[in-house]
Design a protein around this ligand. Structure first.
Ligand code: IDP
Ligand code: MG
Length: 140
């Protein structure tokens, strides 16, 4: 077991429906700590940069437009095996395939508007955390 940090984003479909408290409760009930958090509106350029790994995918432009359709809440989560653990709490990308009790099963509207983002590896977590936060803003 390793203490890790991961980057979470509560996406615009969830902030629009006022679900940040319910999502945070799921995160905390699962034993992860929210050690940094801020609400912001991404620019199109920032969304394109954050999701650059998906630039060649057919859904890339729609995804970036969706991510700027309202405020997001960026968070740093900390806990044992936080990267994999948060992916479990989030559930599958497509809510139709998400397990019972997961955030996406309960709250996601569609495969695109799926309420949350979570880093997929410790390396990407470090890059994504530094995209949103300086070390001064993270209080473990
Ligand atoms: P993940 O968020 O579960 O890691 P990724 O494959 O990294 O899933 O995709 C990033 C985001 O792109 C998803 O969370 C979702 O918002 C969107 N997305 C993924 N696949 C599709 C698709 O087939 N159609 C529309 N949007 C998609
Ligand atoms: Mg991903």
């Amino acid at each position: 077991m390793t203490l890790q940090q991961t980057l979470s984003i509560i996406k615009p479909d969830a902030t629009r429906r006022n679900l940040s408290g319910k999502i945070n409760a799921k995160i905390e009930d699962a034993g992860l700590r929210i050690i940094a958090q801020k609400r912001l509106c991404l620019t199109k350029e920032q969304a394109q940069k954050f999701y650059a790994v998906h630039a060649e995918r057919s859904f890339f432009n729609d995804l970036c437009d969706y991510m700027i359709s309202g405020p997001v809440i960026a968070q740093v989560l900390e806990g044992e095996d936080a990267v994999v653990r948060y992916r479990e709490i989030m559930g599958a990308t497509n809510p139709a395939n998400a397990a019972e009790g997961t955030i996406r099963k309960e709250f996601a509207e569609s495969i695109e508007a799926n309420s949350v983002h979570g880093s997929d590896s410790p390396e990407n977590a470090a890059t994504e955390i530094s995209f949103f936060f300086s070390t001064l803003e993270i209080a473990g």
